[in-house]
Each structure stands twice: as C-alpha cells, then as structure tokens.
Design a protein around this ligand. Structure first.
Ligand SMILES: *[C@@H]1O[C@H](CO)[C@@H](O)[C@H](O)[C@H]1NC(C)=O
Ligand SMILES: *[C@@H]1O[C@H](CO)[C@@H](O)[C@H](O)[C@H]1NC(C)=O
Ligand SMILES: *[C@@H]1O[C@H](CO)[C@@H](O)[C@H](O)[C@H]1NC(C)=O
Ligand SMILES: *[C@@H]1O[C@H](CO)[C@@H](O)[C@H](O)[C@H]1NC(C)=O
Ligand SMILES: *[C@@H]1O[C@H](CO)[C@@H](O)[C@H](O)[C@H]1NC(C)=O
Length: 313
C-alpha cells in the first residue's frame, strides 16, 4: 500500500517535472505585433526556431461578428502551418471591425497559442503621403503615383505658381499594382507649375499630403517655331547640296546614257576610245594584239576586258 503510494508519488512528480521542463522550453508569448501602413496589414511575431527543431505557425483571426456568433476563429489560409514569422492580413481584415488575432505555434509535441495583446482595427492604419513623381515636358506634366490599396484615394491639386487660390483639382481612385501615370496639359502656357497630392482614407477621412512640387514647363508655342526653323534650315542645306551636285550628276547621266546607245559609225574607226562591251567584240583579234603585252598573251581575253573597263573610266 505504502509502496504503491510512493510509487504513484514518484511517477506523478516525474510527470510534473517532465511537463514543466518541457513547458519551460517554450516562451509564454510570441511577442505578436501588427504593422499597418496604407491599409496593408502585416502581422509579425518572434521565432521559436531556437527552442524547437521543427516549428510551424498558423494564423487565426476573429472579428466582432465571429466573436458574437460563436466565438469562432477563422484560419488565414495563406498563413497555415508556415515556417516564416510574418503574415500578410491585408485581404483578411476587410471590415471596419475590431479583430482578435492569434498565432498557433506547433513545436514538436507542444503547441503555443498566443494572441495579439490588443484588438486591431484597420481604421488605425497609418496613412502615408502618396508616392508621387513629377516629370515636366513640353506643355505637359507627367505625374506618377505608386500602388495604392483600396479605400485610399488621392486628391491632386495643380496650379500655376502665384495662383495658389485657383488650383485645378483631380480626384484619383483605384491605382493598381504597378502604379499609374497621369498627364496634365499645361493649358495656362509656359511657366512654373506646382503640384500637391493628398491621400485620403475614405473610411475615416484621414488625410496625408505630399510637399508642394514646383516644376518649370516649356510653352509649346515656343517650341513649334523652333521646330519649323530647324526644318527650314535643313531643307535649305539639302537644296544647296543638291544644287552643287546636279550639274555633275547630269553630266554623268548623259555619259552613261551615251554609252548604252549604239555607237555612231564615225566613232567606231576611232582607235583610242574604242568602246568594247560585248564579249563578241572582245574576241576581235586586232584589238587584243594592240593592247596586250606579248608575255601575257595567254590571258589575253580577260586582260583585254580589264583594259577595256579601265579605258571606260
Ligand atoms: C518584440 O517585438 C518588438 C518589435 O517587433 C521588438 O522590438 C522586441 O525586441 C521584441 N521583444 C521580444 C522579447 O522578442
Ligand atoms: C477578443 O478577445 C477578448 C478575450 O480574449 C474578448 O473579450 C473580445 O470581445 C474579443 N474581441 C473580438 C472582436 O473578438
Ligand atoms: C459554433 O461552434 C460549434 C463548435 O465549434 C459548431 O458545432 C457550431 O456549428 C457553431 N455554430 C455556428 C452557428 O457557427
Ligand atoms: C508542423 O509542426 C509540427 C510539429 O513540429 C509537425 O508535426 C507538423 O508535421 C508540421 N506541419 C507542417 C505542415 O510542416
Ligand atoms: C514609395 O515607393 C518606394 C519605392 O518604390 C517604396 O519603398 C515606398 O514604400 C513607397 N511609399 C508609399 C507610401 O507607397
């Protein structure tokens, strides 16, 4: 009886020690935090890699609706049994509700359930000034905005410097993944134009503005005469060059046309400029003898042709 009791005691304490020592391996919290900027919500927590050889994490969340209904939790499927310690909850936390967010860590045989200390509401997102880049060109300003999440709109104001009271306003909604470029025609003529963009979070009316960017814009009407001037100058140069070339050109043209014509009989008797073109004529023995060195007599025919070609030039 006594023995059994002491045995039971030993076993129990051994079990408790084992449990405690095992539990001591795991920290009590995962130091969960959520970072939310421009409606992009990223959950982060500390790694258990140092205490567990094999560990993975599952992220769960619960909005007011799920809590009231059944105190149930929804799994974030993109973060189910993951090994990294970060989870994008941008699409999951899609209502203006307070959310409880938890991470379930599986570390060998143990599990650790850790919860974000406070509920999170996307209305608390940090709104940054829009990512705007401004490129002026002739009579136009190119404005580029980087990616924006849903619910963030931009109010772009453009005015000519010195006329801040009368800005042109443009509302920009829905900018996709690759951002978007807009063109503004500077119809008030050349000069300095200023731009300022304000991001507006439509669910809270929170706003955040860029600094004012001022850029010089060249007047298109100044550029057109310049282009015309260059074109006229080019035309003149081309005409001049053609004018210089033309007499020689026509001379050469006339010459080549004459060559193609059958020769007048009077010229055929002329020994020096005997124009021989066809191989038939080349075969005439009299001419070959006239033009060739006696030593090169064997290559007579081709040589004759070469000599004739030379004579032509
Ligand atoms: C908890 O997280 C914060 C920020 O992510 C970090 O600065 C801090 O050192 C962490 N604390 C522990 C105990 O891991
Ligand atoms: C979050 O959990 C706490 C208890 O941990 C509960 O009191 C609260 O109502 C929950 N909130 C939501 C939005 O689920
Ligand atoms: C509430 O949760 C229980 C157990 O998790 C489940 O059996 C039940 O169907 C749930 N009810 C609703 C209405 O979701
Ligand atoms: C997650 O970790 C647990 C405990 O280490 C392990 O049993 C399970 O197979 C792991 N699951 C995946 C999908 O890695
Ligand atoms: C602006 O763009 C830079 C570089 O592309 C990026 O690092 C930054 O997060 C962006 N800021 C905003 C508010 O989108």
């Amino acid at each position: 009886m006594f023995q059994t009791r002491s045995l039971l005691k030993t076993v129990t304490s051994a079990f408790i020690i084992a449990t405690l020592s095992h539990a001591a391996l795991l920290p009590t919290s995962l130091n969960i935090s959520i970072q939310s900027e421009n409606m992009r919500h990223i959950l982060k927590w500390s790694s258990l890699q140092e205490v567990c050889c094999s560990v993975n994490y599952t992220v769960k969340y619960q909005g007011e609706f799920e809590y009231m209904k059944n105190d149930s939790w929804l799994d974030e499927y993109s973060c189910d049994k993951i090994v990294h310690t970060e989870c994008d909850l941008t699409l999951a936390l899609s209502s203006d509700s307070d959310y409880n967010i938890s991470v379930l860590a599986r570390c060998e045989e143990s599990t650790l359930w850790a919860q974000l200390p406070k509920t999170f509401n996307r209305r608390d997102t940090v709104l940054l000034a829009p990512n705007m880049s401004v490129n002026p060109s002739v009579g136009q300003i190119e404005v580029y905005f980087g990616e924006l999440q849903n619910h963030i709109n931009i109010n772009l104001k453009i005015w000519k410097k010195g006329d801040e009271q009368n800005p042109v306003s443009k509302e920009i909604t829905k900018i996709g993944h690759n951002g978007q470029t807009f063109y503004y025609d500077a119809w008030l003529g050349g000069g300095t134009y200023c731009l300022k963009a304000e991001a507006i979070l439509d669910i809270t009316k929170k706003t955040s503005s860029t600094d004012t960017h001022c850029v010089p814009v060249m007047e298109p009407s100044l550029v057109i005469p310049l282009t015309v001037g260059v074109a006229v100058a080019l035309t003149l140069v081309v005409a001049l060059i053609l004018g210089l070339i033309t007499p020689r050109c026509s001379l050469w043209l006339r010459k080549s046309m004459h060559n193609n014509e059958p020769l007048p009989n009077a010229l055929l008797g002329w020994p020096k400029s005997t124009p021989i073109f066809s191989s038939k004529v080349l075969l005439e023995p009299t001419h070959s003898v006239l033009l060739l060195d006696p030593s090169e007599e064997q290559d007579g025919k081709s040589e004759t042709k070469a000599t004739c070609d030379e004579e032509m030039r």
